[in-house]
Structures are given as structure tokens and as C-alpha cells.
Design a protein around this ligand. Structure first.
Ligand SMILES: *Cc1c(COP(=O)(O)O)cnc(C)c1O
Length: 386
């Protein structure tokens, strides 16, 4: 179901594809700013809603699969975001003096679109991603799109790349919104121009284990976040510092690292890119978010689902010792959905957990993905049909 503004955007793409040189001129005339799409003539052809891109849909992982279009919207620091458009997916050009390249003034988001059996496409709580980006932008002194602009841009990006939304049950189309200080400057200051981009890639399971339990190593030397820092927002600068700890853990055969807080070094925070939960009896606990722990939308949704099932859910500081008494541990995030943890190793001591059939994490996983894929009635009003 194309919305009116989407029709206009797609039609204008077809128009530009027929008039390739006007297309390039159009962009050259916009080139006053520091970031320009390196454009190839767009060749959008309306293949009909039912057609799929030429891709082996079985065994999708998390590698980047380039799709047809990306969304781009820019604004100077003296205005608001007002007008974006779809471009062919491709490289972008930016000044070497841009804020994002020099001072990491940037944020990212991640959300998924699922194809239903009836061919319609569902988004999961996209307005939550929009609000989180706005909060992050405030922390990083950036301008950000409004919730409506963000959600509309996500919808346009999905529709333009619809043939890349995997068949039901085979995966999803991952949407990656980026917000960055694209304007050029030299001294440390907020950038004079901001760029919002959304690109898309079909994805399957995140960890190489697939849906099998993952094995975590508690990391108490490196920290991903500190009090007063930016751990509570999806700042791009939070992620490269994690790579070294991850690489060390992977070289020892672990799937990922579980970070503890930098002050006491004794309380759980989260995994590199997902939140953590522990279950003991009928109580599910997860660390408090906001300062050093990213407020995950999957986390928030799992808390509601678990309460609905009658579990007591506590958001509180969790000492590392509780890992040794837990019945189950699982991670949540858009990418991993709900990943069962098979074992955790802390200072050489390894503890194993219940996983698989009959586990609570599996029940939560099935309920959440059932809602996301449109297989279970969405009583919460979380899904948005495009
Ligand atoms: C994105 C992210 C999460 C998960 O958030 P979701 O909204 O559930 O995808 C958790 N932790 C970190 C560090 C993240 O970057």
C-alpha cells in the first residue's frame, strides 16, 4: 500500500532515471553541502509487489547485502530537517573535515521489517527508534528528524527495497538509520550540517551460532560505558572501543563479551550490542538502563511480555555473583531478538544455563517474533503495517 508521498518519491525516481543527466545535475546543484551521493542513474523499475530480489534466501546471516535505495535528508545547523529523498544505494562523499569523521558526532539506529504471509510488511515500534534517536541527538548536540519524519523515511526505504524483504520465516529487512554531523569544521564544536541516512540489508540470524545458545565471557578490564558518558545512547563512538574485548573473547572461543560496570566492576551491564536478562525461579531481572546501559526496545518489549506471562520483572543493579545462581540467561536486541545464553565464564569459572525446549527464553522469543511477524495477535499495538 503506497502512501501518497511515497508514490511521489518513487515516481520522481523513475523520472530521474529516464533523464539521467538531469539527475546528476540535480545533485550537482545540491552540492553546496559537504555530503553528496555519488550517483549512478537510478533504474527503478516497478517489478510488482510480489517479486523478490535474486538472492538465496536460505541461511541468511548478518553480512551486508546491498539493496536498491537509501534515504537521505540533510539540514544545516540553522534549520530543521525538512525534505528527504530516496537515492540509489551507494557511496557517499564527505569532507575530510566533517564532524562525524573527526569527532565521532554520530548516532545509529536499527530496526527490522518482516514480510507477512499476505505479502504485507510489518515494522516493530519504529517510533521508539525515532524517539531514541532524538534523545541521542540531544546528548550529542545534533539536530534530529522528528518522529514522523523518521517513521516516514523508514517506510519509504522499506517500500523502495521491498523486493529485498525476505520471504516469511527466512529473515527480515534490517534498516540502519544514521545521523551524523556531516558539515566541515576544524576546532571541536558541533558540525554546521547534519545528514540522516537510512540504508537496508536483508538479514537472518546475528550470531554465527544461529539460534543455538551463545557463550559469553565476562569482561572486567575493558568497559563499554562510564558514568556521565554516552553508553545510554546509540552513539557510534560506543562501538569501536568494544572490538578489542570482543576479538580477545572470540579468539578464546566465546561468542561475545558481557560488560560489567566500570565503578564497582562487579555489576552486570550488557553485551556489546544487546541487553541481558537473568531468570531465577519466577523472577526475571535486568540491569537498569539510561546511564551506562542502552535502553533497548526489545528489552522493554520483553519486560512487558514477561509480566503478561506472570513473571516478576525487576530492573535493578545485578551483582556478578547472581550469574552463578541463575536458571537462565538471555540477551535481547533487534539484531539478536532473544538469544539464549548457554554458558558464562567469569574469572575462569564457567556456569551453564537451561536453554531450548521448555525454557522461558524460548517462550519469550516465540511470543515476540510471533508478534513481529504478524503470526500472533498484536494486543500491545506494537506493529506498524506498511
Ligand atoms: C542497540 C543496542 C541494544 C538493543 O536495543 P534494541 O532497541 O533492542 O535493538 C542493546 N545494547 C546496545 C549497546 C545497543 O547498541
Amino acid at each position: 500500500m503506497l502512501q501518497r508521498n511515497n508514490c511521489i518519491n518513487l515516481r520522481s525516481l523513475i523520472f530521474f532515471s529516464r533523464y539521467g543527466s538531469s539527475f546528476s545535475k540535480f545533485f550537482t546543484s545540491q552540492a553546496a553541502s559537504s555530503l553528496q551521493p555519488v550517483c549512478e542513474p537510478a533504474t527503478y523499475s516497478n517489478r510488482g509487489d510480489d517479486e523478490y530480489a535474486d538472492l538465496n534466501w536460505d541461511n541468511l546471516g548478518y553480512g551486508l547485502v546491498p539493496t536498491d535505495y537509501m534515504y537521505i535528508m540533510k539540514c544545516s545547523d540553522k534549520e530543521k530537517f525538512s525534505h528527504g529523498e530516496l537515492n540509489r544505494f551507494g557511496n557517499i562523499e564527505m569532507s575530510p573535515a566533517s564532524g562525524v569523521l573527526n569527532y565521532a558526532q554520530g548516532l545509529f539506529e536499527g530496526l527490522k521489517a518482516y514480510r507477512k504471509e499476505d505479502g504485507r510488511v510489518l515494522l516493530f515500534r519504529p517510533e521508539q527508534n525515532a524517539m531514541r534517536m532524538m534523545m541521542g541527538a540531544e546528548r550529542m548536540c545534533m539536530l534530529s528528524p522528528s518522529v514522523d519524519q523518521f517513521v516516514d523515511a523508514v517506510k519509504q526505504t522499506v517500500l523502495a527495497n521491498k523486493r529485498w524483504v525476505p520471504p516469511p520465516g527466512k529473515g527480515s529487512l534490517y534498516l540502519r538509520p544514521l545521523l551524523m554531523g556531516s558539515g566541515a569544521m576544524l576546532g571541536l564544536a558541533p558540525a554546521p550540517e547534519y545528514t540522516f541516512i537510512i540504508f537496508a540489508s536483508p538479514v537472518g540470524t546475528y550470531f554465527k551460532e544461529g539460534l543455538a545458545p551463545i557463550n559469553l565471557l565476562v569482561e572486567d578490564e575493558f568497559h563499554r560505558a562510564t558514568l556521565g558518558g554516552t553508553g545510554g545512547v546509540k552513539a557510534i563512538s560506543n562501538y569501536a572501543p568494544v572490538l578489542k574485548a570482543q576479538a580477545q573473547a572470540k579468539s578464546k572461543g566465546f561468542t561475545d563479551v558481557l560488560f560489567v560496570d566500570s565503578k564497582t566492576k562487579n555489576h552486570l551491564e550488557e553485551v556489546a550490542s544487546c541487553n541481558i536478562f537473568i531468570l531465577k525461579g519466577k523472577t526475571i531481572s535486568t540491569p537498569v538502563t539510561g546511564v551506562t546501559v542502552l535502553p533497548g526496545i526489545t528489552r522493554k518489549s520483553i519486560i512487558d511480555i514477561a509480566r503478561d506471562y506472570g513473571y516478576q520483572v525487576e530492573e535493578r543493579p545485578i551483582p556478578v555473583e547472581e550469574l552463578f545462581e541463575a536458571d537462565e540467561v538471555f540477551c535481547t536486541g533487534t539484531a539478536v531478538v532473544v538469544a539464549p545464553v548457554g554458558s558464562i565464564t567469569y574469572q575462569g569459572k564457567r556456569v551453564e544455563y537451561r536453554t531450548g525446549d521448555g525454557s522461558v527464553s524460548q517462550k519469550l522469543y516465540l511470543t515476540l517474533t510471533g508478534i513481529q511477524m504478524g503470526l500472533i495477535e498484536d494486543k500491545m499495538g506494537w506493529t506498524v503495517e506498511i
